[in-house]
Design a protein around this ligand. Sequence first.
Ligand SMILES: Cc1cc2nc3c(=O)[nH]c(=O)nc-3n(C[C@H](O)[C@H](O)[C@H](O)COP(=O)(O)OP(=O)(O)OC[C@H]3O[C@@H](n4cnc5c(N)ncnc54)[C@H](O)[C@@H]3O)c2cc1C
Length: 400
Amino acid sequence: MHVSLTPEESAFRDEVRAFFRDEVPRDIHDKQARHIALEPEDQVRFQKILYEKGWAAPNWPVEHGGTGWTLVQKHIFETEMANSNMPRIVPFGLGMVGPVIYSFGNDEQKQRFLPDILQSNVWWCQGYSEPGSGSDLASLKTRAELDGDEYVVNGTKIWTTLAQYADWIFCLVRTSTGTARKQEGISFLLIDMQTPGVSVKPIITIDGSHEVNEVHFENVRVPAANLVGEEGKGWTYGKVLLQHERTGTAGVARTQYRLRQLRDQAGQSVRGSEPLCKDRNFMRRIAAVEVELKALEYTELRTLAAVSAGKAPGAESSILKFKGTELQQAVDELFVEAAGYYALPYVPEQYAPGFPDDQRIGAGTETDSASHYFNFRKASIYGGSNEIQKNIVAKHVLGL
Ligand SMILES: Cc1cc2nc3c(=O)[nH]c(=O)nc-3n(C[C@H](O)[C@H](O)[C@H](O)COP(=O)(O)OP(=O)(O)OC[C@H]3O[C@@H](n4cnc5c(N)ncnc54)[C@H](O)[C@@H]3O)c2cc1C
């Protein structure tokens, strides 16, 4: 398969490249280059710049603010975004609940929620997993009982990413019990995080960061108007969302970008008396990842072509998810090896007084390789663990 760009597509690529170079503020470029985590305000600022340009939601239908781009344009955009080392888009609004609302919500919900999602005015989080209900998500127990024109919600969600900043949460809740199948009786509910009875407790992960949380609901009263689609059909809507989520986690362009950085680093890191790039075994492992990544790129393009033609992503999104995250983690391991002694997590100056940032040994950038490695152990778990994705592929792709 050979992909070459038409003159129009090349011009589009140049426009996207120049936009990221010139229109995204220097401080965001700098933080990205120095591996400094963006503050939520930085993230929102970046997404609003995309919105102003009309590029916030390439995958949305045009009537709701999408770009109307061809598949190739979307691919170019993703690739240029990765090559320009731009922040990742926080997926919960633009990539997850937005598509559910425009696909299954009523007109009032579309008018009420979609503009704020598109403009990144509202921060969303995802309330699916519960203690004891992760892989077996359909066993979820958070109850929503109708009382007049409100649902009363009780239960706990877990691993809720960035809930500490969220204004709203979209939840799968159980609205009836005793159904023939546990997938029935689940509904899709939108909940304002400021509602009395909602509380957020942090979970600190192995890299020392605060990304995930528990969210507790105690007699939380939610207007019935916040139910998306039909009561009891939430499993169907939630599954569509998961397939979109999985398609998006492959991150091929970003892994390709990181591999190029790794090659540069291998040119600078010394093993014995020679640069690491002279180590044939190490370079062979980089090449092996590159080959697999190229194969995955075409699988991703095929899936995106089907999605662009109006098909919901199916079980092939599971292939993208497990293979993409396996390759991300393979690159993380190679980075840690390339960094050697310098792979240790970043130590803020306050803990190492007298050794400010610019006087640390090593080139500096490799010092986040261990924390990235630890943080991205999550990739083979979130969005449905890789073992579960392999089960889906075995059943629905291979017919086993
Ligand atoms: C960093 C991070 C962020 C997350 N963010 C969110 C979020 O924002 N919102 C949200 O709702 N959820 C989120 N999740 C939750 C995530 O979706 C679940 O962790 C995941 O689905 C696995 O569920 P579990 O943790 O309960 O593990 P379990 O389901 O208990 O699984 C434990 C182990 O058993 C294996 N296993 C389980 N069943 C099978 C089977 N049938 N066959 C083979 N192996 C099996 C699993 O692969 C896993 O290795 C996040 C998770 C992480 C780590």
